[in-house]
Write a protein that binds this ligand. Structure first.
Ligand code: PAF
Length: 280
């Protein structure tokens, strides 16, 4: 497995693989890998001749006062995990490799980036789309893999790919959960044992909504109200940012829970931001 930090070396390697006709699968990450990331890697491995993973804690997607410095990192462990999965190339650039001192270009997906999480993190998705656009230009993947837990992120990247004619197929993989239901996230390590216990209400309420809808409930307000009450009752450390049911393309609230609508939840547990969702 190659571990490279230079853009030119990655591009050269990819050029050679492309010349051989290899299909390139790409998993962008910020490292501190868990089974959620590895499910993306395994999908890339099974669907492509070459699997490329990037590890880069992207500073531009963290707002002022957010957890850029505290974000968990363990490059050695990540590299060992990826080696075991049979990944072909890890791109782990330094911040100064990705961003020139006077970098001044930003990719913004209007609309979708400013609703939901974008309302209280106004610059976050511009940071995500800018770095993912750069990574797509460097790796030129045929297929790229993202996790459903970050549903809004996936929809924004799909829109960017369509609008800017990137030649990659965006593939969204299902949420991977801990045995007790908590959606896997690198940020789960921030939780105290008590906060982690309270956080279980996210997956429990999502599961409740899924079951209730399967039993015939289509009343959006009823689902949102009950999920909200369940979360509020679960503990003093929980702060709801939103509980909403949206159209999966526009991310606009729907009037009725139809097929394909998505329940999206963002909750702060203490200072830790957690997401969960279900596609009905
Ligand atoms: O989901 C993430 O880990 C990041 O937002 C991504 C897509 C790697 C961009 O930095």
């Amino acid at each position: 497995m190659l571990v490279l930090d230079s853009v030119e070396n990655v591009q050269e390697m990819i050029r050679m693989w492309r010349k051989d006709g290899d299909v390139i699968g790409f998993v962008p990450t910020m490292g501190f890998l868990h089974d959620g990331h590895l499910s993306l890697v395994r999908a890339a491995k099974s669907q492509c001749e070459r699997a490329v993973v990037s590890i880069f804690v992207n500073p531009t997607q963290f707002g002022p006062g957010e957890d850029l410095d505290a974000y968990p990192r363990d490059m050695e462990h990540d590299v060992a995990l990826l080696e075991k999965e049979g990944v072909d190339l890890v791109f782990a650039p330094k911040p100064e490799t990705m961003y020139a001192r006077d970098h001044s270009t930003v990719v913004i997906v209007q609309g979708l980036s400013h609703v939901l999480a974008g309302e209280h993190r106004p610059t976050h998705f511009a940071g995500v789309t800018s770095v993912v656009a750069k990574l797509f230009n460097i790796v030129r993947p045929d297929k790229s893999y993202f996790g459903q837990k970050d549903f809004q992120q996936v929809k924004i990247i799909e829109r960017m790919v369509r609008d800017l004619n990137f030649r990659t197929q965006v593939i969204m993989m299902p949420i991977v959960r801990e045995p007790d239901g908590l959606a896997m996230s690198s940020r789960n390590t921030y939780l105290t044992p008590e906060q982690r216990r309270q956080a279980l209400i996210l997956s429990q309420s999502v599961k409740w909504a899924e079951k209730t809808h399967a039993a015939g409930e289509t009343d959006v307000q009823k689902i949102i109200t009950t999920v909200t009450q369940m979360i509020r009752a679960a503990g003093p450390d929980l702060e709801i940012k939103y509980v909403t049911v949206v159209n999966p393309k526009t991310l606009e609230p729907v009037a009725k829970v139809g097929r394909g609508a998505v329940l999206l939840i963002e909750v702060y547990v203490g200072k830790t931001r957690l997401y969960d969702n279900v596609i009905f």
